[in-house]
Design a protein around this ligand. Structure first.
Ligand code: NAD
Length: 489
C-alpha cells in the first residue's frame, strides 16, 4: 500500500522514489517506503488548501472537532502496542520509552480535544458605546505545514496535529525521512475517526526535497517546525518572502545546576537520567552539569561510577537502559564534539568511544560519556551534540551558577537542585529558559506551555498558548444603530 496521504487517498510518490528504513539498533530493514519530492508536496498543499477553502473542517463546530480528537486518543490507546513497536523500530529507542510516549500522545489529543470543546477564548469587548456590539473571535490560521524530527517522531507530531486540528486548520505533515511509520499510522487513525478528506495530508521525503516546498508555497499560511537550529534559521528565511506565520521548536543546551545542599543520591540519579535518556537525543536534555565547587569531586565520582554501569541495548532488550544513536552520521558528529572537547582541555572521565560488545556492533551505539573540567567557550559545552555526552562545570556562588547557566544562545530548559526553596525559586526565576524544573528533570504535561527563549525557538507548544499558535484573532465590530454622520459636510 502506498504511504503518501493526499486529499484522503493513499498514493505513491510521483517520481516513483522509495527509501529503505533501517533500525538504528542493528541495521535490520524495517520497511521500504515511498519518498516524495516537490511535486508531491505541491499536490498535498493543493489538497489542504482546497479542504480549508471549501471543506467542512474549518466550519465544523469546535465541540465536534474536539470530540473527533478525543476519538483519536481512544484509537491511539487501542493501537498502542503497534504504534510503540513501530516507533522503536524506526528510532531504536527502548520499547518501554515508546510506550510512555504513546500515553503522552493520547493525552495530548485528549487535552486539545477538551480545550476545543470547552468553547475557547472568544470574548465580548466593552467599547463604552451601547450601540456597538464588539467581539473578538478566534479562527484557524489556514493551511499549516507541520515539519517534525526523528527523536520523538509521533510525540512531536501530536503536539502540532492536535492543536492545528482543534483550531480548525488543515495541514500537510512532513515527518523526518528517518522515522515515517507512526506518522503513516496516525493518518489512518485520523481517517478512521472521521476527519474529512484533505484536512490531513502526509508527504514523506527529505528536508530539501519534500520539506522545503512546504515552507515557500504561497498557499501555505503557517509553518510549524521542530528540529535543529540551523534548519530552523533556514526555514524562517524561506518563509519570509510570503510572510507566513512561524512556530519554531529548536534545540537546547540545557543546564542542570546542583547546589551543595542537594539531596545527593537523588540528584546523581536524575543528573544521569537528564542527559542519558534516549542516548541524549532529547531537546531538553540536561547536557551541561553545573556543580557547586565543594560538592564537585564526590558528585562527579559517583556519577561516573553509575554512568559506567548503564547497559546499552536495542528496543526489545529489557535490561537495556539506553539505546543507539539514530544514524552513523549522527554518531560521527557526536564523536567529533567529544574530540574537540578533549582538544580544548576537557578531561574524559568515562565513555568517549563506541562500546566493545560485539552484540552491539551493527548498531550506532556510543558509550555514556562524562567530560569534566569544562569551560563555557568549548564547542562541546556551547553546541548541541545531541548525544550521550555530559559536560561538567563548577561554580562557587548563586550568581556564578546563574551566569554560567545563562551563558548560552539557547533557552529551552534548565534544572536546579537544592533543599533551600528560596534559593530554588530565585534561580528558577533568573534562568532564561522556557521550562525550569526544581528537584526534577524532564517532566511535562500537555496543560503547560513548552518552548524556548532565545535561539531555542519562536512561540509555544502545548497549553492554551499551544492552541493560540494555530489561531488568528479577529475583531468584529457591529454598529447596531448606524446613522449618517455627515462628516464631509
Ligand atoms: P533537523 O532540523 O535535521 O530536521 C527536522 C525536520 O526538518 C526533518 O523532518 C527534516 O527532514 C526537515 N528539514 C530539514 N531541512 C529542511 C528544509 N530545508 N526545509 C524544510 N524541512 C527541512 O532536525 P533533526 O535532526 O530531525 O532533530 C533533532 C533536532 O530537533 C535537535 O536539534 C533537537 O533539539 C530538536 N528538537 C527540538 C524539540 C523542542 O521541543 N524544542 C523537540 C525535539 C527535537
Amino acid at each position: 500500500m502506498p504511504e503518501l496521504f493526499i486529499g484522503g487517498r493513499w498514493t505513491a510518490a510521483v517520481d516513483g522514489h522509495v527509501r529503505e528504513i533501517r533500525c538504528p539498533a542493528d541495521g535490520t530493514l524495517v520497511a521500504t517506503v515511498d519518498e516524495g519530492g516537490p511535486k508531491d508536496s505541491a499536490a498535498a498543499v493543493a489538497a489542504a488548501r482546497d479542504a480549508f477553502d471549501r471543506g467542512p473542517w474549518p466550519g465544523t463546530p469546535a465541540a465536534d472537532r474536539g470530540r473527533l480528537l478525543i476519538r483519536v486518543a481512544d484509537l491511539l490507546e487501542r493501537d498502542k502496542d503497534a504504534f510503540a513497536r513501530a516507533e522503536s523500530l524506526d528510532t531504536g529507542k527502548r520499547l518501554v520509552e515508546s510506550e510512555y510516549d504513546l500515553d503522552d500522545i493520547a493525552n495530548c489529543f485528549r487535552y486539545f480535544g477538551s480545550l476545543a470543546a470547552s468553547g475557547g477564548t472568544d470574548r465580548a469587548v466593552d467599547t463604552g458605546d451601547p450601540a456597538v456590539d464588539s467581539r473578538v473571535v478566534h479562527e484557524p490560521v489556514g493551511v499549516c505545514s507541520l515539519i517534525t524530527p526523528w527523536n520523538y517522531p509521533l510525540l512531536q507530531t501530536a503536539w502540532k496535529v492536535a492543536p492545528a486540528l482543534a483550531a480548525g486548520n488543515t495541514f500537510v505533515l512532513k515527518p523526518s525521512e528517518l522515522t515515517p511509520h507512526t506518522a503513516i499510522g496516525l493518518m489512518r487513525l485520523l481517517a478512521e475517526a472521521g476527519l474529512p478528506d484533505g484536512a490531513a495530508n502526509l508527504v514523506l521525503g527529505t528536508g530539501p526535497g519534500a520539506g522545503a516546498p512546504l515552507t515557500t508555497d504561497e498557499r501555505v499560511d503557517m509553518v510549524s517546525f521542530t528540529g535543529g537550529l540551523a534548519t530552523g534559521r533556514h526555514i524562517m528565511a524561506a518563509a519570509a518572502p510570503t510572510v507566513k506565520k512561524i512556530a519554531l521548536e529548536l534545540g537546547g543546551k540545557n543546564p542542570n545546576i546542583v547546589f551543595a545542599d542537594a539531596e545527593f543520591d537523588t540528584a546523581v540519579d536524575y543528573a544521569l537520567m537528564a542527559v542519558f535518556l534516549h542516548a541524549g537525543q532529547v531537546c531538553s536534555a540536561g547536557a551541561r552539569l553545573l556543580v557547586q565547587e565543594k560538592l564537585h569531586d564526590a558528585f562527579v565520582d559517583e556519577l561516573v561510577a553509575r554512568a559506567r554501569r548503564i547497559r546499552l541495548g536495542g528496543p526489545f532488550d529489557e535490561q537495556a537502559r539506553s539505546g543507539p544513536l539514530i544514524s552513523a552520521a549522527h554518531r560521527e558528529k557526536v564523536e567529533a564534539y567529544v574530540a574537540a572537547g578533549l582538544d580544548e582541555g576537557a578531561v574524559l572521565r568515562c565513555g568517549g568511544r563506541r562500546p566493545d560488545d560485539p552484540a552491539l556492533g551493527d548498531g550506532f551505539y556510543y558509550l555514556p560519556t562524562v567530560l569534566d573540567d569544562c569551560t563555557p567557550g568549548m564547542s562541546v559545552v556551547r553546541d548541541e551534540s545531541f548525544g550521550p555526552v555530559l559536560t561538567v562545570e563548577r561554580f562557587r556562588s548563586e550568581d556564578e551558577a546563574v551566569a554560567l547557566a545563562n551563558d548560552t544562545f539557547y533557552g529551552l530548559t534548565g534544572g536546579v537542585w537544592t533543599q533551600d526553596s528560596g534559593l530554588a525559586q530565585r534561580v528558577a526565576s533568573r534562568l532564561r529558559a522556557g521550562t525550569v524544573w526544581i528537584n526534577d528533570f524532564h517532566p511535562y504535561v500537555p496543560q503547560a506551555e513548552w518552548g524556548g527563549m532565545k535561539q531555542s525557538g519562536v512561540g509555544r507548544e502545548l497549553g492554551p498558548a499551544g492552541l493560540a499558535e494555530y489561531q488568528e484573532a479577529k475583531h468584529i465590530w457591529r454598529n447596531t444603530a448606524p446613522r449618517p454622520q455627515r462628516w464631509f459636510e
